[in-house]
Design a binder for this molecule. Structure first.
Ligand SMILES: *Cc1c(COP(=O)(O)O)cnc(C)c1O
Length: 350
């Protein structure tokens, strides 16, 4: 019996190509959002590849992510922390806080920072009431040293949603009132595809860099980045009426061959994908059958020449993360960030 570890291949060249394509499409500067370890793909490696290609601004969610990324990319690029951080701790001079509340504006007075205005997300950023208070407080405004003023779109992946235009208009007005002359940052991945009204001085894509489709419902304009292959450990014959896996959930409708593959929900292969997901074996599409186990998957390979040791492609150009996500009732973002630590990770150089 072959033993094997699944292999996750991350194409740094495709990430760089996607960043360049987004810059072209945006018609202006483009940062890279590398929160959650670059959506699970490795912020250090991804950051180094993008910095070498000329990306000079990065966003992370948390302070510790920012410090780790700083160590990887060197001192030149801007690294902003979306959740903000308290002033004063060691090493924080290397990072730019995003100011999400009036208290943050006071705490970081005199230091470079990014002002986040909430225009309809109701998540982070100064609320409309706080924006009014900042407008009325000339002293606090004078203390701000803003690198950018930003907002975040709630519905960018739904191009005809009325909130998109409303947020762009609110941002225009609020930025002119509170931060006149300060460079602006607006679009995420999908926002870049909404047109000229969503252009700004710094777009902030994450997902599209990693090959997820920023234009759901239309063809994916991005290059695939992630390929996940796992070895077949065993192939067995099953008579018609035989069942597979926990709960005996799947019953063979005919005499079948079943391939057992070395990956499972502990590796982020979502359990909810059972009964719907497919994979690629030697160019053919095969169906996942039975439940997803912690470490094992079972596929119906009846009409193939599958052998132990063959490689099953679980994610790749034919089975993008968005498709696996749809099978599990979630989005590609969640598939990427859950890719576990058990895979061998191969990085294709940029
Ligand atoms: C996550 C995030 C982004 C990137 O969004 P994508 O949809 O992955 O492009 C941009 N801005 C903010 C504030 C975010 O939280």
């Amino acid at each position: 019996m072959p033993f094997g570890q699944a292999v996750l291949t991350i194409d740094l060249g495709a990430i760089v190509a996607n960043w360049r394509a987004l810059r072209e499409r945006h018609g202006g500067p483009v940062a890279a959002v590398l929160k959650a370890d670059a959506y699970g793909l490795g912020a250090g490696r991804v950051g180094q590849a993008l910095a070498a290609a000329g990306c000079d601004a990065f966003f992370v969610a948390q302070r510790a992510e920012g410090l780790a990324l700083r160590a990887a990319v060197g001192s030149a690029p801007l690294i902003a922390v979306l959740d903000g951080f308290a002033p004063g701790a060691d090493g924080l001079a290397a990072l730019i806080p995003v100011l999400n509340r009036l208290e943050d504006c006071a705490a970081h007075a005199g230091r470079p920072a990014i002002l986040h205005l909430d225009t309809g997300m109701a998540r982070l950023g100064l609320s409309p009431a706080e924006q009014d208070r900042l407008a009325a407080d000339a002293t606090m405004r004078a203390g701000l040293r803003l690198t950018y003023v930003m907002t975040h779109l709630a519905c960018a992946d739904t191009p005809d949603h009325p909130l998109n235009g409303l947020q762009a208009a609110r941002f225009d007005a609020a930025a002119a009132r509170l931060a006149p002359g300060v460079p602006r940052s607006l679009a995420n991945s999908s926002g870049i595809f909404l047109g000229a009204a969503f252009r700004s001085d710094l777009a902030r894509p994450g997902a599209a860099l990693f090959g997820l489709n920023p234009t759901p419902g239309a063809a994916n304009p991005m290059r695939p980045v992630v390929r996940l292959r796992a070895p077949i450990l065993q192939v067995r014959d099953l008579p018609a009426g035989g069942t597979v896996g926990y709960g005996a959930d799947w019953t063979a409708p005919r005499a079948s061959r079943i391939a057992t593959v070395a990956a499972g929900y502990a590796d982020g292969y979502l359990r909810a994908a059972a009964g719907r997901a497919t994979a690629t074996l030697a160019g053919r599409t095969v169906a996942l059958v039975g439940r997803v186990s912690m470490d094992l998957l079972t596929f119906d390979v009846t009409d193939t020449a599958a052998q132990p040791g063959d490689w099953m492609e679980l994610i790749g150009p034919d089975h993008p993360p968005d498709t696996l996500a749809a099978a599990a009732g979630t989005i590609g973002y969640e598939v990427l960030v859950r890719l576990g630590s058990r895979y061998r990770r191969d990085y294709t150089p940029a």
